[in-house]
Design a protein around this ligand. Structure first.
Ligand code: B12
Length: 272
């Protein structure tokens, strides 16, 4: 696939100051790493991670191909995500916040690139042999189109054995209610990335209360502006700062739901 490098992308890949938090991720060394089976597999060349990270930053169309190449070379999918894709997107986020030379079209290009790489990784992050724990319906709230983080949460939940209904973006409270009515998920995951869409989290919970469904589903919320205190305030069941924490919270919530009146707790097979 041809690389998508416009003048803007080229300018972005010239010198930039990197925040300390992501600096640790720049590795041009060979170091020991784990194989996809979790076993040590010796010394692996991780220099491709830097190349992939830069490709995400540049919105380079060859990133998905590079992801596939790293997989073919034996790199673990989770490691490619943690050591190349997420640090790349982190850096784009940091530049958007702090550097006036990083504009929305460039962020969009990086986001699309990240999504294309995630599509390549997805089958390798999911264990087809895992038992389905319970059904989680997951969506980004109304007025919000950010979905990279939510999609990572979806992949991680599937990898952990949950049956995930990924509803997409811009989901209204009424649509969330309809999904809960139709599919009866054990958990509803809500994502919001904008300060202006935070209130949709509360509105969705209220909409569930209005139709008498609130005690039939556990609600977990996430997204950069969401906090644990805010979740407590709006009556959500849990808050998660990242995908890993989201999986842990969903496991806890699925256990609690199972102890309640529901019939589809841990160990059961969810719908679809
Ligand atoms: C990529 C991006 C975009 C892309 C989105 C593409 C896509 N398909 O998602 C595009 C270019 C479309 C975009 C548009 C806009 N964006 Co924007 N965008 C970002 C950016 C740079 C990165 C977001 C991201 O993907 N992060 C990486 C992922 C992995 O992290 P994450 O989303 O936080 O997800 C993790 C956790 O939060 C958690 N999580 C997330 N959701 C959930 C849900 C559950 C259930 C759980 C358990 C966990 C969980 O787990 C995830 C994985 O670990 C952020 C900057 C930032 N720092 O967040 C701005 C940012 C979110 N955008 C911002 C803005 C203002 C906008 C626009 C309004 C800009 C404009 N003027 O048009 C529009 C809004 C469009 C809309 N209506 O939604 C602001 C929001 C400020 C605010 N507080 O309101 C930010 C913070 C940038 C900034 N500092 O100004 N954006």
């Amino acid at each position: 696939m041809a690389a998508r490098r416009g003048p803007v992308a080229r300018r972005r890949s010239v010198a930039f100051a990197e925040p300390a938090a992501t600096g640790a991720c720049r590795r041009r060394v060979r170091r020991a790493t784990l194989g996809s089976d979790g076993q040590g597999c010796g010394i692996v060349d991780t220099s491709g991670y830097d190349e992939l990270k830069q490709a995400v930053i540049d919105g380079d169309g060859s990133a998905a191909e590079l992801t596939g190449r790293l997989l073919a070379e034996g790199h673990a999918a989770r490691q490619i995500l943690d050591d190349a894709l997420l640090p790349g997107m982190d850096l784009v986020s940091w530049r958007m916040r702090t550097d006036a030379s990083c504009f929305l079209p460039e962020v969009l290009l990086s986001a699309r690139t990240m999504q294309a790489c995630l599509d390549v990784l997805k089958p390798h992050l999911i264990d087809p042999a895992a038992d389905t724990l319970a059904t989680v319906a997951l969506g980004t709230v109304q007025g919000d189109v950010h979905d990279i983080g939510k999609n990572i949460v979806a992949i991680m939940l599937r990898a952990a054995g949950f049956n995930v209904l990924n509803l997409g973006v811009d989901i209204s409270p009424a649509q969330f209610v309809a999904v809960v009515q139709e599919h009866e998920p054990v958990i509803l995951g809500l994502s919001a990335l904008l300060s202006s869409t935070l209130r949709r989290l509360a509105e969705t919970i209220e909409a569930l209360e209005d139709v008498g469904l609130r005690d039939r589903v556990k609600v977990v919320c996430g997204g950069a502006p969401v906090t644990g205190a805010f979740c407590d305030e709006i009556g959500a069941d849990a808050y998660a700062a990242d995908a890993g924490m989201g999986v842990e919270k969903c496991k806890e919530l699925a256990g609690t739901a199972w102890l309640g009146a529901r019939g589809d707790g841990p160990g059961s097979r969810g719908d679809s």
